[in-house]
Design a protein around this ligand. Structure first.
Ligand code: 5GP
Ligand code: MN
Length: 352
């Protein structure tokens, strides 16, 4: 079990005890870990009689709806209800920020989070957390996921007291799902404590088969059609071991691709021996969203921070290229490809 600081636990328990209304925020484009940890914490805090809201910048993909289903009434999305969602942040007595290392990662909720006068607690596993913005910081980078970190924090509370059987069933399920997605179903960022958590939650009755079924056997066909096309026709591999695939709006429209449906694509080229770092770039209104993955010994985090306005973890990071700043106002695929090639050539050859 990872070491959870006792004095931080005391401060958190006190803060929760004193609060009535609690908001839980996470990063934009929420993934399985963001939703799993937020919804997991929400069910736990509800079991203590708190009024809890999960506040999101944008809605989670359909593939994660099974995690949120029992708490759907407590979830508020800024892109859908801006005033209500910011109001929930500003009006709360306590805020948890999960799976994000700075307020900026919550995009439209950044300002309300800064403005809120209440105490703020960070629970996160990313590199370089903005610790000064928070009153209580649980930050651990050598852990699979925020869901795992939260699992061990909840086990350390006086009421759960080390017994996972005392967690609300919906919390146990959400945390198992969050950890499963962030480890890519136990293929990366796995520690002894990760298997410990999985083993304990299985023993406590979590239905892992159902989680795997919901996560990995429920995609729409379009995802696989696009995956095939990209791997066949659109995956470029440079002589210095960078693989990249670019999805512009035309391709996304042609294949009717929705948020979350390209999850995992970026990992695939890393299976090729000569590939050292892999990129997936997806066009949005004002930017290209960038996903970066690297093999051990190569820092996806440093590359994302240096060239793509982002960061994350050593082997899995992300960022963005802003149109009109990093790229021309109306960049085409060739321009984006040139940017990636130039930057990664420098990254590998100038040892940035
Ligand atoms: P993904 O490629 O799956 O979107 O993100 C991989 C990792 O990088 C995640 O841990 C995510 O939180 C982080 N990440 C993605 N985009 C950004 C970004 O723009 N800035 C920072 N700091 N981290 C990011
Ligand atoms: Mn995470």
């Amino acid at each position: 079990m990872p070491n959870i600081d006792t004095s931080l636990m005391l401060s958190m328990t006190e803060a929760v005890k004193e609060a009535e209304k609690i908001a839980i925020a996470t990063h934009l484009h929420p993934d399985g870990d963001a939703i799993g940890s937020s919804v997991g914490l929400m069910h736990y805090l509800e079991s203590l009689g708190k009024e809890v809201s999960v506040v999101l910048n944008d809605r989670y993909p359909d593939s994660l709806a099974f995690i949120a289903r029992k708490g759907i009434k407590n979830i508020s999305v800024c892109e859908e209800e801006p005033e209500r969602t910011s109001g929930l942040v500003i009006g709360s007595d306590l805020i948890f920020c999960l799976d994000m290392n700075s307020f900026g990662r919550a995009e439209k909720l950044e300002e309300p989070l800064k403005k809120a006068g209440c105490r703020k607690i960070l629970i996160d596993h990313h590199l370089h957390p903005e610790t000064e913005a928070f009153d209580i910081v649980f930050s651990k980078t050598d852990i699979s996921s925020t869901s795992e970190l939260l699992y061990y924090i909840l086990l350390s509370t006086p009421d759960i007291n080390g017994d996972p059987g005392k967690l609300p069933a919906a919390t146990a399920e959400a945390l198992m799902a969050g950890m499963t997605t962030d480890t890519n179903n136990f293929s990366n960022s796995v520690y002894p404590s990760t298997f410990g958590m999985a083993s304990q939650l299985l023993a406590a009755g979590v239905d892992r088969d159902a989680i795997i079924d919901s996560l990995y056997t429920n995609y729409r066909e379009t995802r696989f059609r696009l995956m095939g096309m990209l791997l066949k026709d659109r995956m470029t591999i440079t002589p210095w071991g960078t693989a990249y695939m670019i999805i512009n709006k035309d391709i996304a429209a042609e294949y009717d691709i929705k948020e979350g449906e390209t999850e995992g694509f970026v990992n695939m080229p890393l299976g090729i021996r000569k590939v050292r770092m892999s990129f997936l770039l997806k066009e949005e209104d004002d930017r290209f969203r960038v996903s970066v993955r690297s093999k051990k010994g190569i820092s996806a985090n440093r590359c994302a921070a240096e060239f793509f306005n982002g960061g994350g973890h050593e082997q899995a990071a992300g960022g963005k290229l802003i149109k009109g700043r990093d790229l021309s106002a109306e960049p085409d695929i060739a321009e984006v490809a040139e940017y990636v090639e130039k930057c990664t050539y420098r990254f590998f050859n100038e040892k940035i």
